[in-house]
Design a protein around this ligand. Structure first.
Ligand code: ME8
Length: 648
């Protein structure tokens, strides 16, 4: 039977500077999904690459005194080196300077012109060179600068070709609001309100002010706008209108394009419009994630606050970095990067959680059975609970993979890891070992643990592909027993399995020492991360514990969130508070967009008397910390805390 095709893509990155942790997130997330789909039996095409044209690259190359191609060749090598270091299993790598891509983009541009969707006009507008984006006056930030990178924009005027957008406005609005193309769907409102409702403006799709781009074949003063060039990669890389590959019919439309929110507009509006104009099927899903931020700003090349994944990977192993960034980022929200949080997570989840589970179990099989379990069995207390958690795990992970919620998939797996560690404490094998009469029970307990390890690591192997095979070697997996088909079965390992003690999987890190060393390496980067010095406000009057007990603080999940109409400051949040839900209005709209909060857990003052703010009822208050610059930061509790949990 032929396998079902599955096509997943990362954005193609600008090689205008070396890759950083932000780029790693999308690539590692796509890689994990690609690996998971392969385990599920799909025929996967996982595409990544580099977007190598544009003014920014032309300028950087000129500064370096080399040609743009020489400049990008060098950086592309670093991207490829990083992907190999991070164990990224891409099936194809596209460079937009590849000849087949260039020729196909020229054909696409000409076809759109011939169909009457591209026409010649004149462009005047604000242009941000670092972002290569034109902005309308109303899109600029409060200082009249680029809304993305907040740098100065310049007035630009040029003869240009335009892509008609209005013929597609209605279909695009429906695509965003009535289908599940965009994930998370909550972002659709923002796009529809900001770009479609005010009237979709025609898009300027050619440039005459620089040369480093794909020439328009029928008007050689012009080069094709980088975004038309770049977006086309998703089909040119399959062989669409070129002879380089022959995979278009098999893999198009794509199952998932994954991107961060900065380039959502291009993928949610412009790319569908291009495809509609070409009469081609639309991709099935666009998964949009937030940014990895550093001191509250998007980590990016142009802001110069890059964290080097090579340095981190070499110290902790690529799998630990993969795990940390995937576990931290909730789809739709930003995730702030901190070395300290990363190290603590590696220690708690990987060293103490999974690593400890494996080493304790393998050591006990070694100590009590000389490495090979006996076949005798005796079921006992706690077994069925552990088995149930193990057997039901695969379906939960499948579901989260389908929803591209990788952090939740990992959380589910690590719940079972914790359950298994708890099972060791509950069954106390070291006590069982004291009496020969308990041999069968002891063998059963250890076998159950090995099975829990087998299943969790089978599923984890998509996320941490380097380390899991090392675990399998230790727990005596022979091959077939770790396959995905066996991940919802208990009992795949032979009853008399033989284990093999191996290296420590995730050595515990000394946090203080490590932070000190990282500070020395990353210098000012890490220093910036230190807590800002703030003028501490004087303490309020003393209260008694009884006074404090009157405040009922609860953990709640933000299920949805929107701006309160006619208010610049207020957001209205719908919370799952474990008590049937509640609506809270919060004055944090200046600092948070709704999608920064959706899916996150917050602390809410739950017994506050209801009030109406701007006519909207508020039942409680979201806890936030005051910042020295007058802004506010919401306090996000650990995602593992259950909704409704009382905080003290
Ligand atoms: O936009 N956090 O390329 P790019 C999370 N060439 N993800 C981040 C990130 C961060 N701090 N920084 C970058 C381009 N990314 C275009 C794309 S596609 C047809 C053309 C990731 O190098 C994220 O996926 O600026 C974001 O969408 C992408 O890198 C932008 O990379």
């Amino acid at each position: 039977m032929s396998k079902k095709p599955y096509y997943i893509t990362t954005p193609i990155y600008y090689p205008s500077g070396n890759p950083h942790i932000g780029h790693c997130y999308t690539t590692v997330a796509c890689d994990s999904i690609a690996r998971y789909r392969r385990m599920q039996g799909y025929d996967v095409m996982f595409l990544t690459g580099t977007d190598e044209h544009g003014l920014k690259i032309e300028q950087k190359a000129a500064e370096a005194g080399i040609t743009p191609k020489e400049y990008v060749d060098d950086i592309v090598l670093n991207f490829k080196k990083l992907w190999s270091f991070m164990n990224i299993s891409y099936d194809r790598y596209i460079r937009t300077t590849d000849n087949y891509h260039i020729e196909t983009v020229q054909k696409i541009f000409k076809a759109l012109y011939d169909k009457g969707y591209i026409y010649k006009g004149e462009y005047t507008g604000k242009y941000c060179t670092p972002c290569e984006s034109f902005w309308t006056e109303s899109q600029l930030d409060e200082n009249g600068c680029c809304p993305e990178c907040h740098r100065e924009v310049t007035e630009a005027k040029e003869e240009a070709y335009f892509l008609k957008m209005s013929p597609f406005a209605e279909r695009i609005e429906k695509l965003l609001t009535e289908t599940d193309y965009l994930q998370p769907k909550t972002r659709a409102t923002e796009l529809v309100n900001n770009f479609i409702k005010p009237g979709l403006e025609d898009l300027c799709v050619s440039r005459t002010t620089f040369k480093w781009g794909i020439p328009v074949t029928f008007d050689d003063k012009h080069v094709v706008y980088v975004w038309i060039d770049a977006l086309s990669n998703y089909i040119t890389a399959l062989g669409f209108w070129n002879g380089e590959y022959n995979d278009y019919d098999k893999f198009w439309p794509a199952d998932v394009h994954m991107v961060a929110k900065d380039i959502m507009r291009f993928h949610a509006i412009i790319w569908p419009a291009m495809l509609m104009a070409l009469d081609l099927p639309l991709p099935k899903h666009l998964a949009v994630h937030g940014w990895i931020t550093f001191n509250g700003q998007k980590m990016s090349k142009s802001l110069g606050n890059v964290v080097d994944p090579f340095i981190l990977g070499e110290r902790y192993g690529a799998d630990s970095i993969r795990y940390h960034i995937l576990r931290e980022m909730a789809l739709g929200a930003d995730s702030s990067f901190s070395n300290e949080i990363m190290i603590n997570r590696i220690n708690s989840d990987l060293a103490n959680g999974l690593g400890n589970l494996v080493s304790r179990t393998v050591a006990m099989v070694g100590k009590y059975f000389d490495g090979t379990l006996i076949k005798d069995r005796q079921e006992g207390e706690f077994d069925s609970e552990l088995k149930e958690a193990v057997i039901s795990l695969k379906a939960k992970v499948d579901d989260f993979i389908d929803k591209t919620q990788l952090n939740n998939a990992l959380a589910e797996i690590f719940k079972v890891v914790s359950r298994a560690n708890k099972y060791i404490d509950e069954t106390a094998p070291w006590l069982l070992a004291k009496d020969e009469a308990n041999k069968a029970r002891l063998a059963t307990v250890l076998y159950n643990l090995l099975e829990a390890i087998r299943v969790t690591t089978s599923l984890l192997s998509a996320f941490m592909p380097t380390t899991m095979p090392k675990v399998w070697e230790q727990i005596g997996c022979t091959g077939d027993d770790t396959v995905y088909e066996n991940a919802d079965k208990f009992g795949a390992l032979p009853a008399d399995v033989t284990v093999k003690k191996g290296e420590i999987l995730f050595p515990r890190i000394d946090v203080d020492k490590e932070i000190e060393e990282l500070n020395a390496i990353i210098g000012n980067l890490a220093e910036e991360e230190q807590e800002p010095e703030i003028e501490v406000t004087p303490l309020a009057d003393e209260i008694t514990i009884d006074d404090f007990a009157k405040v009922d603080l609860r953990v709640a999940l933000v299920k949805s969130c929107e701006k309160v109409k006619k208010s610049k400051k207020l957001l209205c949040l719908q919370l799952d508070d474990g008590m049937g839900g509640r609506q809270v209005v919060s004055g944090i709209a200046q600092w948070y967009a709704p999608e920064d909060l959706i899916g996150k857990k917050v602390l809410v003052v739950a017994n506050l008397k209801p009030v109406k703010l701007c006519g909207v009822e508020s039942n409680g208050m979201i806890c936030a910390a005051d910042m020295p610059d007058g802004s506010c930061k919401v306090i996000f509790p650990d995602m593992d805390l259950p909704c409704g949990a009382k905080a003290r």
